[in-house]
Design a protein around this ligand. Structure first.
Ligand code: ADP
Ligand code: ASP
Ligand code: MG
Length: 416
């Protein structure tokens, strides 16, 4: 019997009525003969609310304790969904991550899944039960609860689907697929029927929060067919229609795919820029600056080093905004005096805007069109980075939405 994993996000689980609708949809799939594992998120707003409580008490709460708190939202969701399914006559059982067990490393608040034990779940499925597993959480070697980073339920779902060798992983959310850009920012953004795995990986890593990046990595590593679709449609809509709706992440660039030069525009408001200036320009300096930042488990994104003048240079890079304070602390405590830099300055009011598309490989002039569009809007570019299929710029955050709209139009991505 084919197994399908469903993932429902916060809005989809946002009220008891919505949870009853999820139960109806899941029951419909089960009645059609599929084995079903459901991975829900916490009810919308709940994770923010409980993390907020911890932050009311301490500006920098202990990450282990934060995970203890943050993981509880999902535990409420799985229990409520099991009750909703039982109320309509289905056998259902809920599990927390540690009960399955979903094992992770110990990087609290951004843990990575290392293994998933499928025995218990398979036994329940074979006994005809619908199995509901908390998204977002796991357990480390020492038995402590961990969480997978914000938006991590997507990753739990795809990882569970891979571990159980599911036929497909369906990510139900509050939009009906992946769009050319966030439809909340550009109202005439267009839904894509398919998006290549590579493009989805770039879009997710560049800030399109419709899927957490690690979920896309899992989908790629295990070639797990993954589809993004709406949970806000009629839960009893015909299955054949539902199976084909939304956006499929495709692993092939087939000729039928929408062939545009640019597939989408991504943006990220969560970046911060740090400049270490007056840095002696000598071998090993990049390592001396970024080594301690990496040791603090802070991911560095864009990096530039200027031409040196009289043996001194400036070194600029970006880090996640939530880790900006910690990165500044590491640099002023461990780095500045050590390398004899003149100073460190930072800016948290920056955003990254990126154009993404595999079509870029065979087209020239994309960068110049991007820069021309931004210049016509009077938007200053602070940093640039490129890969084979994307160009990113760092700009003042107050022009972020303007830049996204202008680029969306300039590359002809709107709904016609
Ligand atoms: P969930 O709670 O279901 O996980 P998220 O809020 O994490 O939902 O992700 C869905 C949201 O992602 C959408 O409501 C939309 O605003 C946003 N989003 C950002 N970029 C895109 C995109 N390119 N296509 C679709 N949605 C996007
Ligand atoms: N509840 C978690 C969050 O808000 C995980 C998720 O929704 O995917 O980040
Ligand atoms: Mg999400």
């Amino acid at each position: 019997m084919a197994l399908i994993v469903h993932k429902y996000g916060g809005t989809s689980m946002g009220s008891t009525d919505r949870i009853k609708n999820v139960a109806k949809r899941v029951a419909k799939w089960h009645d059609a003969g599929y084995q079903i594992v459901v991975v829900p998120s916490a009810m919308s707003g709940e994770t923010n609310r409980i993390i907020g409580l911890a932050k009311e008490i301490s500006a920098q709460p202990d990450p282990r304790e934060l995970d203890m708190i943050a993981s509880t939202g999902e535990q409420v969701s799985v229990g409520l969904l099991a009750i909703a399914l039982q109320a309509i006559g289905k056998q259902a059982v809920s599990y927390a991550g540690w009960q399955v067990a979903i094992k992770t490393d110990s990087a609290h608040t951004k843990a990575r899944i290392s293994s998933i034990d499928d025995a218990k779940v398979k036994r329940d499925l074979d006994a005809g039960k619908i199995v509901i597993i908390t998204g977002f959480q796991g357990v480390d070697e020492s038995g402590d609860i961990t969480t997978l980073g914000r938006g991590g339920s997507d990753t739990s779902a795809v990882a569970v689907a891979a571990a159980l060798k599911a036929k497909e992983c369906l990510i139900y959310t509050d939009v009906d697929g992946v769009y050319t850009t966030d439809p909340r920012v550009v109202s005439d953004a267009r839904r894509l029927n398919t998006v290549t795995f590579e493009e989805m990986l770039e879009m997710a890593s560049l800030g399109s929060k419709v899927l957490q990046i690690r979920s896309v990595e899992f989908a790629g590593n295990y070639k797990m067919p993954t589809r993004v679709l709406s949970s806000l449609t009629d839960p009893l809509m015909p299955l054949e229609e539902e199976i084909k709706s939304g956006t499929l992440i495709s692993f092939e660039e087939d000729t039928n795919m929408e062939q545009a030069t640019i597939t989408g525009i991504a943006f990220n408001r969560d970046e911060a820029k740090i400049t270490v200036f007056g840095v002696p320009d000598r071998p090993g300096i990049a390592y001396q600056i970024l080594g301690p930042v990496a040791d603090a488990n802070i991911e560095v994104d864009m990096i530039i080093q200027n031409q040196s003048v009289e043996g001194k240079t400036d070194f600029t890079f970006t880090v996640p905004r939530v880790e900006y304070a910690q990165a500044m602390q590491v640099l002023s405590n461990d780095v500045q005096a050590n390398i004899k830099a003149t100073g460190i300055i930072g800016d948290t009011k920056v955003s990254k805007v990126s154009v993404v598309g595999v079509g870029m490989r065979s087209h020239v002039g994309i960068a110049s069109q991007m820069f021309r569009t931004l210049s016509e809007e009077g938007i200053n570019i602070q940093m640039i980075s490129t890969s084979e299929i994307k160009i990113s710029v760092l700009i003042d955050e107050k022009y972020m939405e303007l830049a996204v709209r202008a680029l969306h139009k300039a590359f002809g991505l709107e709904n016609s």
